[in-house]
Design a protein around this ligand. Structure first.
Ligand code: NDP
Ligand code: OXD
Length: 310
């Protein structure tokens, strides 16, 4: 079996050793930093320290334990020809659809006005209500997860538009694509949901220029990556009244610094990167399957297209 090393930059992945060995006792597993990875052939990673993978000369596969691969692809020393695989699991779009639906309802039903942290507690006042069909939602990213979320919102009756890099045709979803398609989507989005992967093109996309193109009173839900958001631009847009509120699940540095102003902003809900968590069975199963594939010289499950960056 190929030598497998567990690497977590901000999280010790040593806890995965026992379930991996339970799934297949023949696996040869070490944990970074006790092992420096000089002999490792498969690196199983969550946000490895920058530059580390480039120091492991025998790697045949980099396996992300997450759906997002930004944390491994931003390693300048990574051989461009090295295969990278991610987790694709049906539990992710299902869980993400629940989380986004809840966040959308928070704004759509005006709960953000009823449960505001900066208002006196005892006020009997109904916020205005409108039909789901009249609520326009824009979803950035129509991939494995974003596409399913867009369809779940549409099935709930919302007017949904989506944005992707290449043209995507999803039943009931108004499709936009490419840089030239973004402004049209933003102009129509009362609630903007971000489910893009983090790449050089999407970093900082939730910033002042994007917010200015949203209708006044729009809300933002960020479940992609923290680096998509420019926090000071969000706070400025909220404080000016241009944006109504935000639900934020992901942050550039996690856990979010206790002193960060987003924690206490009255129009922001912070959640701890919980929107969608792949089942242990899927993560362990895909790692074991890919270890065998490497052993047999076969391509991995769920490979990432290195050239496009996601
Ligand atoms: P996919 O790779 O399947 O889909 C990505 C989508 O984004 C595709 O539709 C793609 O377009 C589009 N896209 C990529 N780059 C651009 C661009 N420059 N302009 C326009 N559209 C672009 O990703 P998933 O749906 O599986 O996951 C999305 C992200 O969700 C992950 O990368 C991760 O960051 C995040 N995530 C967050 C979780 C959480 O708990 N908060 C849990 C799981 C994932 P095209 O269709 O043309 O390829
Ligand atoms: C993922 C995540 O990418 O947990 O899977 O964010």
């Amino acid at each position: 079996m190929p030598k497998l090393i567990l690497i977590g930059g901000i999280l010790d992945l040593g806890f995965m050793k026992a379930p991996l060995l339970a799934a297949d006792p023949r696996l040869d597993i070490t944990v970074w930093p006790e092992d420096d990875g000089a002999e490792a052939e498969i690196a199983v990673c969550w946000r490895p320290p920058a530059g580390l993978l480039g120091t492991m000369p025998k790697l045949k596969l980099v396996q992300s334990i997450a759906a997002g691969v930004d944390g491994v692809l931003n390693d300048a020393g990574l051989d461009p020809a090295l295969p990278v695989a991610r987790i694709v699991d049906d539990s992710l779009p299902a869980a993400m659809s629940e989380f986004v639906l809840w966040s959308v309802l928070w704004f759509h039903r005006g709960l953000d006005q009823v449960v505001l942290r900066d208002r006196p507690a005892i006020i009997w006042q109904r916020p205005p209500q409108q039909a789901a069909a009249d609520r326009r939602i824009g979803v950035l990213g129509l991939g494995e997860i974003g596409g399913r979320v867009a369809r779940a919102l549409s099935a709930q009756g919302f007017a949904v538009a989506g944005w992707s890099r290449s043209p995507r045709s999803l039943p009931g979803i108004a499709g936009h694509h490419g840089p030239e398609g973004l402004d049209a989507l933003l102009a129509e989005s009362e609630i903007l949901v971000n489910l893009l992967p983090l790449t050089p093109r999407t970093r900082g996309i939730l910033g002042a220029a994007t917010f200015a193109k949203l209708p006044r009173g729009a809300a933002v839900i960020n479940v992609g990556r923290g680096e998509h958001l420019v926090p000071e631009d969000l706070i400025a847009a909220l404080d000016s009244g241009h944006l109504r509120g935000a639900v934020l699940d992901v942050f550039a540095a996690e856990p979010l610094d206790p002193a960060h102003p987003l924690w206490t902003h009255p129009r922001v809900l912070v959640t701890p990167h919980m929107a969608a968590i792949a089942s242990d069975g899927a993560v362990i199963g895909q790692i074991v399957e890919n270890a065998w594939r490497v052993a047999c010289g076969r391509p991995p499950l769920n490979p990432v297209e290195r050239g496009r960056g996601y």
